[in-house]
Design a protein around this ligand. Structure first.
Ligand code: SF4
Length: 402
C-alpha cells in the first residue's frame, strides 16, 4: 500500500478533463435524442431542466449510463473513492416529526436516547483506531445548543486528534442557532473553532417548499438549506449535499433541486460531493410515496453526474442503495462509494440491509469487481491513498457436463 498523497489530480481537479471528455464523446454514436446534450457536455455547458427531462425519459438507460460514465471517466479515470468512517448518532430525540423519518423519538419515548459527551467518546473509542472520520447527525434535541456541541467537538478532538468530525445537517445548524439565539455564521464559526471539519448534506430532501410542507413540515426551508451551506462555505467549511427522492416529488422538482445546488456550487465552489438516495419506507409514515426502482436509482445517479458539473463527486450511498446497486452505480457516473461505516442507524431503521462490517479490504474488492481502482480519501478529498489490496483467492468452479 502506498503512503498518503495530496496530489490534487487524484481528485480529478486536473483542468483538462473537459478536453478529455470532448474527445471521448466523439468516439460513440449517440442517439439523435441525445445529440444536443452531448454537444453541450463536450462544450462544457451546463444542462437545463429540459435536458434533464430528456435524460429521464430516454428509453435506453444504458446509454444514459454510458454518457455519465464518460463524464466520470474523463474526470477521475476509473478511480473510485471511499473512506474509513463510522456513524455515531448522538441523539434520536427530535422536536420535529418528518414523515419519512424512522429514526426520531419524542423525549419521553422508551427507546429515546441522548449520549452525553462521555458516552459519545466511549462509543467512538470502539472504532477510533480504524477510522479517520466520524459522521454525526441526530435529532433536534430541545436542550442542546451551540455550547453543547462546542464541548462535544473539543472533547472529541482532544481524545482522537486524527479523526475528522463531519457533523450536523443544515436543520441542526438552524436549530442550534435558535436554541443559542445566534446567527448561522456565529454558530458555524464557533463549531469550526471547536473542531468541526465538514458538514454532511442531509436534510435537503427535495428543495421545493410545497413538497417539504408535506414530507418534513417545520424543517428548514429550501432557501434556508442553501443559505446555511453558503454560510458554511464562506467560513471555510466544505460540505456535501444530498437528495432524498422517491417520496412525492415530480421529476421536475428533482431536477430543480439539482439546479439549485449547482447554482450555489457555481457561486461558492464549496460542495464536494452530491449524494442522491432513495426513500426507504420501513417504520415511516408516507404511504403515498412513489418508491424508486433499481433502474430509477441508477438513472438518477447518472443524471446527477450529467447535471452537476460544478460538484466534483457523486456518491453511490451504499448504506441506502445496498452494495450491489452501489457497485453498478460506479459504472453509471458515481465515483465515490462512501466508507467502511461500521455502524449506522438511520437508514437501517428505515429498512436498509446493507452489511456494516466491511473493512477496507472488502470495500476495495467491491470497487475492483466494478472495474475501478480503489482510492482511500480523507473527509475533505485532500489526501488520497491507493488501496492496493491483494487479489482475493477465487473459488474454482468445475464445469459439470450433464
Ligand atoms: S429527519 Fe431529522 S429533523 Fe426530521 S424528524 Fe428525523 S431527526 Fe428530526
Amino acid at each position: 500500500m502506498s503512503a498518503w498523497t495530496s496530489t490534487r489530480s487524484m481528485a480529478g481537479s486536473n483542468e483538462d478533463w473537459q478536453q478529455r471528455l470532448a474527445t471521448s464523446l466523439k468516439q460513440h454514436a449517440w442517439s439523435a435524442a441525445l445529440t444536443n446534450i452531448v454537444v453541450k457536455l463536450a462544450a462544457g455547458e451546463q444542462l437545463t431542466l429540459q435536458d434533464g427531462l430528456t435524460l429521464y425519459h430516454h428509453p435506453n438507460l444504458n446509454e444514459v449510463g454510458l454518457l455519465a460514465n464518460e463524464v466520470r471517466t474523463a474526470r477521475f479515470d476509473n478511480k473510485a473513492f471511499f473512506n474509513s468512517n463510522v456513524h455515531v448518532n448522538q441523539t434520536n430525540v427530535c422536536v420535529l416529526a418528518c414523515k419519512f423519518c424512522a429514526f426520531r423519538r419524542s423525549k419521553k419515548a422508551k427507546d429515546a436516547y441522548s449520549m452525553d459527551i462521555d458516552a459519545y467518546i466511549e462509543d467512538l473509542a470502539k472504532y477510533a483506531e480504524h477510522v479517520d472520520e466520524v459522521h454525526s447527525v441526530g435529532g433536534l434535541h430541545p436542550d442542546w445548543g451551540v455550547e453543547h456541541y462546542e464541548s462535544l467537538f473539543q472533547a472529541t478532538k482532544k481524545a482522537f486528534p486524527h479523526i475528522t468530525i463531519k457533523a450536523l445537517t443544515a436543520v441542526e445548524i438552524k436549530h442550534l442557532s435558535q436554541v443559542s439565539n445566534t446567527t448561522y455564521e456565529d454558530t458555524l464559526r464557533r463549531l469550526k473553532e471547536a473542531g468541526l471539519g465538514s458538514l454532511p448534506g442531509g436534510g435537503a430532501e427535495i428543495l421545493d417548499d410545497e413538497v417539504r410542507a408535506i414530507i418534513c413540515n417545520g424543517k428548514e426551508s429550501s432557501d434556508e438549506y442553501l443559505e446555511i451551506h453558503r454560510t458554511a462555505h464562506n467560513v471555510g467549511l466544505s460540505t456535501n449535499c444530498t437528495m432524498l427522492f422517491g417520496t412525492i416529488e415530480t421529476l421536475e422538482q428533482r431536477l430543480n433541486h439539482m439546479i439549485s445546488l449547482r447554482n450555489l456550487a457555481n457561486e461558492t465552489n464549496g460542495f464536494q460531493c452530491f449524494v442522491p438516495y432513495p426513500y426507504l419506507p420501513d417504520n415511516s409514515r408516507l404511504p403515498e410515496a412513489q418508491l424508486a426502482t433499481g433502474s430509477e436509482v441508477l438513472r438518477t445517479i447518472a443524471i446527477s453526474r450529467l447535471m452537476l458539473d460544478s460538484i466534483p463527486h457523486i456518491k453511490a450511498y451504499r448504506m441506502n442503495i445496498g452494495d450491489e446497486l452501489a457497485e453498478l452505480a460506479l459504472q453509471f457516473g458515481a465515483d465515490d462509494i462512501d466508507g467502511t461505516v461500521q455502524k449506522e442507524s438511520i437508514m437501517h431503521l428505515a429498512g436498509s440491509t446493507t452489511p456494516l462490517e466491511h473493512d477496507r479490504f472488502q470495500l476495495s474488492r467491491l470497487i475492483k469487481d466494478a472495474g475501478c481502482i480503489p482510492i482511500q480519501r480523507n473527509t475533505t478529498y485532500e489526501r488520497f491513498e491507493l488501496y492496493d489490496a491483494p487479489e482475493p483467492k477465487r473459488i474454482r468452479r468445475l464445469n459439470v457436463v450433464q
